[in-house]
Design a protein around this ligand. Structure first.
Ligand code: NAP
Length: 291
């Protein structure tokens, strides 16, 4: 069994790392803010002082941090993964970041004999806890095959989408589809409330039909209650839409619904709601109708 390291113990990373310990991997962990490794150390993981120290102790490094500059920092800073990793090390990046930056990072690592696959995840904090994540992978076939056992300890649906960056591009498509789903459910719930319907009965009635979706099942309750605990932060989804809108520019594609969602999320962030769950997209939809 390969020795595995995990960098970034946030909402997703902490739960994913715990599943690697449960699967029996000898796990080394590192998190920028001290203290977040404690529950994993209690489960048997070893805490490293730096990403560099972590990388030197393992065969495979999983990264799950926020954004493109954060992945660059943990990979290439003085105390970063690239400084500690021996040739032959595999980096699995589960963060959601830019496809083009991913290709550049993989090329820089390749110069040092370090392999990289991008493996962004979908399925929310629930999927991370339950090890049921959907994982979209980009990379060389041999590297993806090597990553598979580690990914299978954290997720259920693992798909090799193509070369490095293809996983991130697929995740961008996922985030575009998702924002349309959130906006559609938010409008529907608001209309149900305004029309005097019992919104819970509406959700139950529609859940077997064509409007059924993960958002309707798992997030309509928050929109009905007008309370938006995490989940998935608005600010992180806005980050993902920036990635998708940039990919669309590069590819010559037009994304009107994603553009609208990005503007509504800008408004949420400006009004201090950036750390709420993405279902807070219901706030501006409600406000437009005077709720
Ligand atoms: P989170 O709870 O905000 O955690 C972010 C993690 O990244 C923390 O461990 C944070 O360390 C670390 N980090 C951020 N910037 C860093 C830097 N410059 N150097 C070192 N560490 C840094 O976010 P999350 O929800 O776990 O999301 C992580 C990734 O998964 C993101 O790319 C997100 O888009 C993606 N994702 C999230 C979900 C979801 O439902 N939450 C679903 C699918 C994908 P500190 O503790 O020091 O802040």
């Amino acid at each position: 069994m390969e020795r595995v390291g995990f960098v970034g113990l946030g909402t997703m990373g902490a739960a994913m790392a715990a599943n690697l310990v449960r699967a029996g991997y000898p796990l080394h962990v590192w998190n920028r803010t001290a203290g977040r490794a404690r529950p994993l150390v209690d489960m048997g993981a070893t805490e490293a002082r730096t990403p560099r120290e972590l990388a030197a102790a393992v065969d495979v490094v999983v990264v799950c941090v926020s954004d493109t500059p954060d992945v660059e920092s943990v990979l290439f800073d003085n105390d970063g993964i690239a400084e500690g990793a021996a040739p032959g090390t595999l980096v699995i990046d589960c963060s959601t970041i830019s496809p083009s930056a991913t290709r550049a990072f993989a090329a820089r690592l390749r110069e040092r004999g370090i392999a990289m696959v991008d493996a962004p995840v979908s399925g929310g904090s629930e999927g991370a806890v339950q090890a049921t994540l959907t994982i979209m992978v980009g990379g060389e076939p041999d590297d993806v095959a090597r990553a598979h056992a580690v990914l299978a300890a954290m997720g259920r649906t693992i798909t090799h989408m193509g070369p490095v960056g293809a996983g991130q591009a697929t995740k961008a498509v996922n985030q575009v589809i998702l924002c349309g789903s959130y906006l559609g459910v938010a409008e529907g719930i608001m209309l149900a409330l305004k029309a005097g319907l019992d919104p819970d009965a509406v959700v139950a009635a529609l859940s077997g039909g064509a409007a059924q979706s993960w958002v309707l099942t798992n997030r309509s309750g928050r929109m009905i209650e007008d309370r938006y605990p995490l989940g998935f932060k608005v600010a992180l989804h806005r980050k993902d839409l920036a990635i998708a809108l940039e990919l669309a520019r590069e590819a010559g594609a037009s994304l009107p619904v994603a553009g609208l969602a990005a503007q509504l999320e800008n408004g949420l962030i400006a009004r201090g709601h950036g750390d709420e769950d993405m279902s807070a997209l219901a706030r501006p939809i409600r406000e437009l109708s005077g709720m």
